[in-house]
Design a protein around this ligand. Structure first.
Ligand code: TYM
Length: 340
């Protein structure tokens, strides 16, 4: 059984994405394609983490546009609002309310050790927002309020899910209840757990990288995709026949991982096809595979974008269903804490 195969039955799935600009290939291959597949396994709750996006200032009209754009991108990628509960986090007040309750459980030391906090606050901790520091507690609330069995995310979110487990266990112990289910991070499972920058195989592909050449965006046209792959950093050696041959070759490993996830194959299968060949042969095939994956999503996105009323209707229906699902857990948490 692969290491990333769910070890407990999938009974309920929860995950979120920040609505900060475009969806990129890292989000898609690291998380969203997995979400799409899980829709048929169990009830799924997927949300746009607009409250999380408050950790950085963004003008109101930009945030509003980003939320709709991300909702459209998720639906275009295959999230079906009739199957999954798709909603905006701030439309379900139980997330923020439970976050406050869990602030009594989470420890300063735990949050200070979070890599994201250390990276994003950098040397200016005094100037960082409280929301940035408290971000993982809100993420714990997002998850625990639905009592899911699984949280499909990319590798970069693993530490936050582990913190969620710690918060769940401490709350249950402190209050002597069996309320929160420590969730399993579900990383990989046929998707690329960690998609790296096309310019530097040791840095994560991310929307905050200043170089647009480092990532492929959902809205990039076919020529842009082909050009970004053509210019992607590689090394001069041919591709190996075995996975170990990618050790110490981060850029080669990244492109093989992207090809595997984009074509729903294992990395070993990809190497079987390309062993002994150089990147001159590999890159055009990779570009074609990405265009085949992204072009239909992009054209659906363009269509969905033009109907804001339909998008808002999906989100409002999702929020109603999410509020109903979250209410009993919030009530039980209040009761466990002695709130009247
Ligand atoms: P966010 O918005 O940064 O990313 C959304 C999802 O995409 C994955 N991802 C990647 N996977 C592989 N390679 C990459 N280069 C890459 N970049 C992004 C992320 O791991 C994530 O799964 N804190 C979360 C949002 C969140 C959340 C939650 C997630 C808020 N509450 C509760 C799960 C459960 C975030 O900022 O993801």
């Amino acid at each position: 059984m692969p290491a990333d195969f769910p070890s407990v039955p999938v009974t309920r799935v929860v995950s979120g994405i920040q609505p900060t600009g475009n969806l990129h290939l890292g989000n898609l291959l690291g998380a969203i394609l997995r979400w799409v597949k899980m829709q048929d396994d169990a009830p799924c709750f997927f949300f746009l983490a607009d409250l999380h996006s408050l950790s950085e200032h963004v003008p109101a009209e930009v945030r509003r546009a980003n939320i709709r754009e991300m909702a459209a991108a998720l639906i275009a990628s295959g999230i079906d609002p009739a199957k999954s509960v798709l909603f905006v986090q701030s439309a379900v007040p139980a997330h923020a309310e439970l976050c406050w309750l869990l602030n009594g459980t989470a420890r300063m030391g735990w949050l200070s050790r979070m890599t994201q906090w250390k990276d994003k606050s950098g040397k200016n901790k005094e100037g960082a927002s409280v929301a940035l520091f408290d971000y993982p507690v809100l993420q714990a609330a997002d998850i625990l309020v639905y009592r899911p069995s699984h949280v499909p995310v990319g590798e970069d979110q693993k530490q936050h899910i582990e913190l969620t487990r710690d918060i769940a266990i401490k709350f249950n112990t402190d209050c002597d209840v069996d309320l929160f289910i420590p969730p399993e991070p579900y990383i990989g499972g046929g998707t690329a757990a960690r998609v790296m920058s096309l310019r530097d195989g040791t840095a994560k592909m991310s929307k905050s990288d200043p170089s647009d050449m480092s990532r492929i965006n959902l809205i990039d046209d076919d020529d842009t995709i082909a050009s970004k792959i053509r210019k992607a950093r590689t090394d001069p050696d041919p591709l190996p026949s075995e996975l170990e041959g990618l050790d110490g070759r981060p850029e080669a490993r990244n492109l093989v991982g992207i090809m595997a996830a984009a074509t729903d194959r294992s990395e070993q299968d990809v190497l079987r096809d390309f062993a002994g060949q150089g990147f001159g042969a590999f890159k055009p095939v990779l570009a074609d595979a990405l265009i085949a994956l992204l072009a239909p999503i992009r054209s659906r996105l363009v269509e969905l974008r033009s109907d804001a009323a339909a998008l808002d209707a999906h989100l409002s229906d999702g929020a109603q269903r999410a509020r109903e699902a979250a209410a009993p857990t919030l009530a039980a948490a209040k009761q466990a804490l002695g709130l009247l």
